[in-house]
Design a binder for this molecule. Structure first.
Ligand code: 2P0
Length: 351
């Protein structure tokens, strides 16, 4: 038996949606009720680094394992297992076609993942996590797969992960097939298309969110009337306007759709029965601060958006740094926010 260890490493970035994914039409395949669109943020600041290794010498009794930020992590969940199964079956097909290939698909996998941002900060880490996990194993298995194909696999781990396989401005097309083979991500524009774009993350709370995205969205789908309106007309409209705004680098439109879509998503959360509240008083103060900044500037220079938690992400353009970051810096001076100091506040670039 060979004791050769095969190894591959990759990083994947965090993405923040400007048109939000919220709702599954098929929970098993992780198929969404609407398309979504996000901006992928700089890997220098926020990324997951994952190394995948396998060897015939790894004891079969240990099975597959994941070390996340130095701690053993459970990978027995259906979502992670779906990703591993998909990747192994693609590798097995290669091995069947070429019997000279080592039988990596039969070896136990050891996965080691690290985030370079405070995990406790409550930022969406599952997107970067599953994107890195899927790509690291695909590289290890030398699978001839495109980012779009990898996005099909990562989607089954976590919906938003499919968007982290691309840089820049990324759409996740919901698709309409029952088997999900057309529910994947594509790149709307490279980050370099809009070099001025920046994002500021305000860590309002480091606490873990009360209602997980998966169960929250299921409750919304089941109980909210407003949600039906959102997926029928609001999101399709927002997707179209957003893609045009990005193509034309129209910040005012980009900002308006970003804020409206965040408001619409949180309104459907409030319309869920029982209601779900992700934003808190500090989140709402951040909204008021953005409104004040825009009013003072006499034009829209900043846009807020909130995911399934109270933390704010503010989009702005580099030329407006002083008006936007300067204001928040002032407000937060000296604060320790979720493991970051206010001195760390800086604009993150799309990557
Ligand atoms: C998004 N969120 O588009 C939206 C906005 C949260 C609010 O994607 O169940 O962790 O793993 O598919 O991707 C968070 O949901 O959910 C999310 P699953 P996921 O970014």
């Amino acid at each position: 038996m060979s004791d050769k260890v095969y190894r591959a490493s990759t990083t994947a970035p965090v993405n923040i949606a400007v048109v939000k994914y919220w709702g599954k039409r098929d929970a098993k395949l992780n198929l969404p009720t609407n398309s979504s669109l996000s901006v992928t943020l700089s890997q220098a600041d926020l990324r997951t680094l994952t190394t995948a290794s396998c060897s015939a010498s790894f004891p079969a009794s240990e099975g597959d394992s994941l070390l996340l930020n130095g701690e053993p992590s459970d990978i027995s969940g259906a979502r992670t297992q779906a990703c591993l199964r998909e990747l192994r079956s693609r590798r097995a097909a290669l091995e069947q076609a070429d019997p000279s290939l080592p039988k990596l698909s039969t070896y136990p996998l050891r996965l080691v993942s690290e985030n370079n941002f405070p995990t406790a900060a409550g930022l969406a880490s599952s997107a970067a996590g599953f994107a890195a996990l899927v790509r690291a194993i695909a590289n290890l298995y030398e699978l001839p797969t495109s980012p779009s194909e990898l996005s099909l696999i990562a989607r089954q781990g976590s919906g938003s992960a499919c968007r982290s396989l691309f840089g820049g401005y990324v759409a996740w097309r919901m698709g309409d097939k029952a088997d999900g083979t057309d529910s994947m991500a594509d790149q709307v524009a490279e980050a370099s298309h809009w070099p001025d774009m920046r994002a500021l993350i305000l860590v309002v709370s480091a606490a873990k969110k009360g209602v997980s995205s998966s169960s929250g969205m299921q409750q919304t789908v089941a109980t909210s009337g407003l949600f039906r309106e959102r997926i029928a007309t609001v999101v399709p409209g927002n997707m179209a306007i957003m893609e045009k705004a990005i193509a034309e680098k129209d910040f005012e439109k980009f900002a308006e759709v970003t804020m409206r879509d965040s408001n619409s998503f949180h309104a459907t959360c409030a319309d869920t029965y029982p209601p779900i509240f992700y934003m808190n008083d500090v989140s709402r103060a951040a909204i008021r601060a953005v409104e004040a900044i825009n009013e003072k500037a006499g034009r829209t220079v900043a846009a807020y958006t909130f995911d399934a938690g109270p933390n704010a992400v503010i989009y702005y353009q580099e030329k407006d740094t002083e008006a936007v970051v300067g204001t928040f810096y002032h407000v937060l001076q000296g604060a320790d926010i979720g493991g970051w100091k206010s001195a760390d506040i800086k604009g993150l670039k799309p990557t």
